[in-house]
Design a protein around this ligand. Structure first.
Ligand SMILES: *Cc1c(COP(=O)(O)O)cnc(C)c1O
Length: 453
């Protein structure tokens, strides 16, 4: 007879009596969790292993590489080699959501279009590209290739490419991280292998192969693809493995978004302070992307920013890990939940323990939503605002409704915000991907969403 599986000495059933939210997760119910462990930002920052200095260091590295991008990726010429996305209000979508929920959504809804980031069309163009750049810079310095004051376009020259061709980069991915890492690594001249989970869309694999990237496919989910990639890279000193579950470098690449956002909102005339709170809703997979962005936002806005992670009901690993305090010691599969979702970027069953521990004192809460809701909002956003996103990127769109009159309605009072504060506030929906989705595939998503209206 085999012993029943235990987590930190208790069975899943025992954990469940302690944390009733696990019963809702097991039943695939849409639910939410407000973080009782959030502390004032200054306090959280003092205890944290990362600081604003780390964010500034990442920002400076991206600024050094701007010269390279401006020359090598024409789509970044307009922004002088800085990879950034626009932010804009979405009043028509806000009205539609208000009509649907039969109440008002106080505050103004805005969207951050990481779906339209240059080079790889998703939030992964932040962290994924950043980690490859840092790797390339480190190698260049080690080989004595880079000299003080060199313009970074030298990274495209033969001596650099010859050195990079001796190295390889590997990553495990549900799709978009592989796309970012693959495109930039191949461009710099690295050999690159992407280990793709079963959720990854065919067009992403095809596109990578067309750029000379080796794509290894797994019939299983994301954790297996990552573990296998890590194992294969382990014994090879010339292989850099981008560890989506644990990498601080990847995380820091995402954090720079906070600095950029501060400037963008100021330019747009949006005030953020204690009386004008900023609510940010971030689609969450393993946690690095949304965690890094939220971290950067907290660094610049402190207690005026309130960040939430959004996940599919079938893959709400971050909510499960945070609500139970078990972090990466528990997976949705431990509850019998299948980690199957149309939101391929979010199809992760076990959250990053690194992100869980860093964000625990800073994050406001988590919520889950059904795939059907993402599909429906996908079509609605296309109709109202002419913005086309992939399903994952819609997860944040439900947050303002939950905060106004749903499962997060208790949050403002718990956070010391009055109704007037919320009405003066801004809801920022982080749209994480979509611009590279082929038109035909996007049309299928749209029609699926229309059919559910
Ligand atoms: C990867 C991804 C996310 C989530 O990022 P994680 O780092 O996995 O949490 C959200 N949306 C899209 C479109 C993604 O590709």
């Amino acid at each position: 007879m085999s012993a029943e599986k235990t987590i930190r000495g208790k069975t899943v059933a025992q954990w469940e009596t302690e944390f009733p939210i696990m019963t809702e997760i097991r039943a695939l119910k849409e639910t939410a969790w407000i973080n009782p462990g959030r502390v004032p930002f200054d306090e959280a920052a003092r205890e944290c292993v990362l600081s604003i200095d780390d964010v500034r260091d990442a920002e400076a590295r991206l600024a050094r590489f701007a010269d390279y991008f401006e020359h090598e990726f024409p789509e970044t010429a307009a922004s002088h080699g800085i990879i950034e996305s626009p932010v804009r209000p979405i009043p028509a979508m806000q009205r539609l959501l208000e009509n649907e929920c039969g109440g008002s959504v106080p505050g103004s809804m805005w969207i951050k279009l990481d779906s339209h980031l240059p080079i790889s069309g998703s939030i992964k163009a932040r962290g994924g590209i950043y980690e490859v750049l840092k790797t390339a810079e480190d190698i260049a310095v080690r080989h004595g290739l880079l000299h003080e004051g060199d313009p970074y376009r030298v990274f495209a020259t033969k001596p650099f490419r010859d050195v990079f061709s001796q190295y390889s980069v590997a990553v495990g991915s549900t799709g978009n991280l592989g796309l970012s890492i693959g495109i930039i690594s191949a461009k710099l001249g690295f050999r690159v292998t992407v280990h793709m989970s079963a959720d990854a869309r065919q067009w992403k694999k095809d596109l990578l192969r067309s750029k000379g990237v080796t794509v290894v496919e797994y019939p299983s989910d994301y954790s297996i693809a990552v573990a296998e990639g890590r194992r294969q890279a382990e014994n090879d000193p010339y292989c850099h493995f981008v560890d989506d579950e644990n990498s601080k470098t990847l995380f820091l690449g995402y954090t720079v978004a906070g600095l950029r956002l501060k400037q963008q909102l100021a330019d747009a005339g949006v005030t953020v302070d204690a009386k004008h709170p900023l609510f940010v809703y971030l689609p969450c997979g393993v946690g690095g992307g949304p965690g890094g962005v939220a971290f950067g936002i907290k660094q610049v806005f402190g207690d005026a920013a309130h960040c939430f992670f959004a996940e599919p009901t079938h893959s709400c690993c971050m909510m499960l890990g945070m609500a139970t305090g078990l972090d990466s010691d528990i997976s949705v599969q431990d509850l019998g939940v299948d980690n199957r979702t149309i939101a391929d970027g979010l199809a992760v069953g076990r959250a990053s323990s690194f992100v869980g521990s860093v964000m625990r004192p800073m994050i406001s809460g988590c919520y889950s939503l059904d795939d059907s809701r993402m599909y429906r909002m996908l079509a609605q956003l296309a109709d109202t605002e002419d913005i086309r996103l992939e399903p994952s990127a819609l997860a944040g769109m439900y947050g303002p409704v939950l905060l106004a009159s749903g499962a997060l309605a208790g949050y403002p009072a718990a956070a010391g915000l009055s109704a007037e504060d919320v009405a003066n506030g801004t809801h920022l929906v982080w749209a994480t991907g979509g611009n590279m989705v082929p038109a035909e595939e996007m049309q299928h998503y749209y029609e699926a969403g229309k059919a559910l209206e």
